[in-house]
Design a protein around this ligand. Structure first.
Ligand SMILES: NC(=O)c1ccc[n+]([C@@H]2O[C@H](COP(=O)([O-])OP(=O)(O)OC[C@H]3O[C@@H](n4cnc5c(N)ncnc54)[C@H](OP(=O)(O)O)[C@@H]3O)[C@@H](O)[C@H]2O)c1
Length: 253
C-alpha cells in the first residue's frame, strides 16, 4: 500500500461499503490508517469487508443505512461522532442502476435511482457538513459516472442522477470551501456486480473496450490510491474537481 498510515487519526464514512468499489475503498482507507464507519442497506459484521478492515488494526463501526432516507443518514453521522469522535472523510459511493430505454422507465425506476444516487449523495453531504464546518476541515468524495458526464443509451434515470451529482459537487465545493472542506468527484470504470455484464458479455464487452484507450477494464483495487490521496491532507487545495479513473475513456475539458 503506497499510502500506508497517511490517514492515521482520521475518521472516514464509506457508503455502499458492502461490495464493489465501496468494499475496495474501505479496505484501502483502513490500510491507510483511518477508523471507519461502514454502511449499506444490508451490511453486517459477518461481511468480508468488515473482517478485512478490522484486520488492519483500525476501529470499524457498521450500520445498516439506506442513504435515500435522511433520518437514517443523520442518525448514522451522529453515531459516527459518538463512537469514533468525529468525521473527516466521506466516500459518498452508494449507488444503483435500473437500465431501460426512456420510454419504458417507470415512476418507481426513476424515483429509486434518483433517490439513491442523487438524493442519497446530498443527504450524506448535508449530514457531515455541519460537523466538518465546526472543525474547519473535511474531505468529501462523491461518485459520478461517464454516463453523467457524456450521456448514454438505456439508463436516463441513472444518467440524470449522476449528472446531478456532478453539479451538486461543484455547488457544495463552493459553499464549503471557506471552511477548508474539499468536495470532489470520481468517475470510475471497474468490474463489479453493477458492471459485470457489460464487462464480461462477449456481445457487449468489445463495444465498451473499444471506447477505452488503455484497452482493459480494471478491478476496484486500482481506484484506491486516488481516493486515499483525495482524502489526505496532500489534496487539501483540490476541490470541485472530477477525476476519471477509467483508462482514458472520458477526458473532460
Ligand atoms: N462499477 C463501475 O464501473 C462504475 C462506473 C461508474 C460509476 N459507478 C458508481 O460507483 C458506485 C459504486 O458502484 P459499484 O460498481 O461498486 O456497485 P455495486 O457493486 O453494485 O455496489 C453498490 C453498493 O452500494 C450499496 N447500496 C445500494 N443502494 C444503497 C442505499 N440505498 N443505501 C446504502 N447503500 C446502498 C450496496 O449495498 P446494499 O445492497 O447492502 O445496500 C453496495 O454495497 C455507484 O455509485 C456507481 O453508480 C460505478
Amino acid at each position: 500500500m503506497i499510502f500506508a498510515g497517511v490517514l492515521k487519526g482520521k475518521v472516514a464514512i464509506v457508503t455502499g461499503a458492502r461490495m464493489g468499489i465501496g468494499e475496495a475503498i474501505a479496505v484501502g482507507l483502513a490500510q491507510a490508517g483511518a477508523d471507519l464507519m461502514l454502511i449499506s442497506r444490508r451490511i453486517s459484521e459477518d461481511d468480508e469487508v468488515v473482517k478485512s478492515c478490522k484486520a488492519e488494526g483500525v476501529k470499524v463501526e457498521v450500520m445498516q443505512v439506506d442513504v435515500s432516507n435522511r433520518e437514517q443518514v443523520d442518525a448514522m453521522v451522529a453515531q459516527t461522532i459518538e463512537k469514533l469522535g468525529k468525521v473527516d472523510i466521506l466516500f459518498n459511493n452508494a449507488g444503483v442502476s435500473k437500465p431501460g430505454m426512456l420510454w419504458n422507465i417507470t415512476d418507481d425506476q426513476w424515483d429509486m435511482v434518483v433517490d439513491i444516487n442523487l438524493k442519497g449523495t446530498f443527504n450524506c453531504i448535508a449530514a457531515v457538513a455541519k460537523p466538518m464546518m465546526e472543525q474547519k476541515s473535511g474531505a468529501i468524495i462523491n461518485v459520478t459516472s461517464s454516463a453523467g458526464l457524456l450521456g448514454t443509451i438505456g439508463q436516463v434515470n441513472y444518467t440524470a442522477a449522476k449528472g446531478g451529482v456532478l453539479a451538486l459537487t461543484k455547488s457544495c465545493a463552493k459553499e464549503l470551501a471557506p471552511y477548508q472542506i474539499t468536495v470532489n468527484n470520481i468517475a470510475p470504470m471497474a468490474e463489479t456486480d453493477m458492471t459485470r455484464k457489460i464487462m464480461t458479455d462477449p456481445k457487449i464487452a468489445p463495444t465498451y473496450l473499444a471506447r477505452i484507450p488503455m484497452k482493459r477494464f480494471c478491478k476496484p483495487d486500482e481506484i484506491v490510491p486516488c481516493i486515499v490521496f483525495l482524502a489526505s491532507d496532500g489534496a487539501r487545495y483540490i476541490t470541485g474537481q472530477t477525476i476519471c479513473i477509467d483508462g482514458g475513456m472520458v477526458m473532460p475539458s
